[in-house]
Design a protein around this ligand. Structure first.
Ligand code: ATP
Ligand code: LTN
Length: 335
């Protein structure tokens, strides 16, 4: 288990599909950088995934796949705890408690909720789980006294709500929760869809052509980058407002190579989109090849994966059950 006495971080990824380079650049790269400095908990948030319909077999496979990708991307189970949300009942239990101090109006104004209800079917209607999703996320974070939550930009509104709930509970019942801060990657906090640069890259997007999954083959990557929409003109120059599509591709290049925007622009001056796209595809392939190799090794050795997830859950339950007990005591539950 990670060293005691360090500040904590917590983050989660939903097994709603295969992790894409947006998740990787916006979130996971931070996880691997922070795991030595903080006591880290990285969760596969399966109970968040089911807020939109999931096929049971896919959910099962994607849960293992997210866990194996955490490891393949460099999360070290000897310092960080990796676990599955549904293995720790304290998450849903605290979520229920936080439900009782959350105004519905706060939930209804969440951008992610407003986006996702567009995709819910007429027959199913708007499901309560989707509305209450940010409360479960608050419970995830608050159970671990996480000071920092490394996430992409789309999650900052949920963390704002988490901070509000922590403050409200602390005011009513006395100091109980740490108020967490979001931590964003400066240049990769919002990677956009390859087909529509006004929408964020998303695992549950209808078309797989809109994202690069960490498990895509080299040929798929070449094809997807080649087909990525570009703006009118042919100049490789960063301008988020005027040229959002090429700017998104430049952002991906920058995040993977650490080259500055100016350096990239210089390098492709007068060469056009096609050359740039070809190079970008090879840069992505170069980054993902070793991750895919390690991923296959973890998936072939399910016993080890299983062991890591059990150990992670053991560490998570020690911390979270203690916090849940403190919450219940403060509220006057008969224990
Ligand atoms: P879904 O489409 O099912 O909502 P998602 O692709 O949005 O999934 P999540 O599991 O919700 O992915 O997000 C995991 C982490 O990746 C979060 O920290 C989130 O902020 C971050 N993230 C998601 N999409 C992007 C993106 N396009 N750019 C940068 N970070 C992202
Ligand atoms: N809502 C997040 C996933 C998530 C999360 C968390 C992230 C669930 N619980 C706790 C950070 C901390 C999303 O990316 N959709």
């Amino acid at each position: 288990m990670a060293e005691e006495g360090k500040k904590r971080i917590f983050s989660g990824i939903a097994p709603s599909g295969i992790i894409h380079i947006g998740n990787y650049l916006g979130a996971i790269k931070q996880f691997t950088e922070l795991q030595l400095e903080y006591q880290a908990f990285f969760c596969v948030v399966d109970q968040h995934a089911i807020t939109v319909p999931q096929e049971p077999e896919k959910l099962y496979q994607n849960t293992l796949s997210v866990a194996a990708l955490y490891l393949a991307c460099g999360i070290d189970p000897s310092v960080a705890s990796i676990f599955i949300q549904s293995h720790i009942p304290a998450h849903t239990e605290l979520a229920w408690i936080l439900n009782t101090i959350t105004p519905v109006g706060e939930l209804e104004r969440m951008t992610q909720f407003k986006d996702k209800i567009q995709h819910q079917t007429k027959e199913a209607g708007v499901l309560a789980g989707l509305l209450n999703y940010p409360i479960l996320m608050a419970a995830d974070i608050l159970l671990y006294d996480a000071h920092l939550v490394p996430v992409g930009e789309d999650q900052t509104q949920h963390i704002e709500l988490t901070r509000m709930l922590a403050g409200r509970f602390n005011n009513r019942y006395g100091e109980t929760f740490v108020t967490p801060e979001p931590l964003l990657q400066e240049h990769a906090a919002r990677i956009m869809s390859l087909l529509d640069p006004t929408k964020k890259m998303s695992k549950s997007a209808e078309s797989a052509k809109s994202y690069i999954s960490l498990l895509d083959s080299p040929d798929d990557i070449r094809q997807k980058i080649k087909n990525a929409v570009t703006d009118s003109g042919n100049e490789v120059a960063y301008d988020k407002q005027k040229r959002p599509a090429i700017s998104n591709l430049i952002t991906i290049h920058r995040a993977l190579t650490d080259a500055g925007f100016n350096t990239i622009e210089e390098q492709y001056k007068g060469r056009g989109y096609a050359d740039f796209k070809q190079d970008l595809a090879e840069i992505i392939i170069h980054e993902l090849t070793p991750i895919q190799q390690r991923y296959r090794e973890f998936m072939e050795n399910k016993k080890e994966l299983e062991h890591i997830l059990r150990e992670g859950a053991r560490n998570a339950s020690i911390v979270s059950e203690k916090k849940l007990l403190a919450v219940k005591q403060k509220m006057g539950f008969y224990i």
